[in-house]
Design a protein around this ligand. Structure first.
Ligand code: FES
Length: 125
C-alpha cells in the first residue's frame, strides 16, 4: 500500500517549479488556517497577520493521518510559528515542519508568496 505521506515532501524556495495561485489575500482568514487542493494534495495555508507572514503545510496530520491541520490553532512557541493539531494538540513548526515536542513526526512545508494581492504556493511537481 502506498504511504499517503509519501506525496508530501517539503519544497524549498529554490526548488519551486510551479507557483500555483490559490486565491486572493482577502479569501483567507486572518490568524487562522484554510485548506486548498493542488493535484491530489490537500494543503493548509496560514495567514499570520500579527507578523505579516504566510505559511503552507500539508493538511494531513501524521499522528493519526487526519486531514485537519488547517483547522488547528496557530500561534508561536519560543518565537517559532506553529500549528497545533485540533485532534490531539501536537505542535508543528510552520517554518520547518518539525514536531515541537521532539517526536518523530514531521509535516511538509511549502513556500508562499504574495503578489498583487494574490496568494501563490510553490510546488516542485
Ligand atoms: S491526529 Fe493530529 S495530533 Fe493526533
Amino acid at each position: 500500500m502506498q504511504n499517503i505521506l509519501e506525496q508530501y515532501q517539503s519544497v524549498s524556495e529554490d526548488s519551486v517549479s510551479t507557483w500555483f495561485r490559490v486565491g486572493e489575500v482577502s479569501d483567507f482568514p486572518e490568524n487562522s488556517g484554510a485548506c486548498i487542493k493542488y493535484k491530489t494534495k490537500q494543503i493548509a495555508v496560514y495567514n499570520f497577520t500579527r507578523t505579516s507572514k504566510w505559511y503552507a503545510t500539508q493538511n494531513l496530520c501524521p499522528h493519526k493521518m487526519e486531514m485537519v491541520l488547517s483547522l488547528g490553532m496557530i500561534g508561536d512557541k519560543d518565537d517559532i510559528p506553529k500549528v497545533a493539531c485540533p485532534m490531539h494538540k501536537k505542535n508543528f513548526s510552520l517554518e520547518d515542519g518539525s514536531n515541537l515536542a521532539g517526536e518523530d513526526l514531521k509535516i511538509a512545508t511549502y513556500p508562499v508568496k504574495i503578489e498583487d494581492g494574490n496568494v501563490y504556493i510553490g510546488f516542485a511537481d
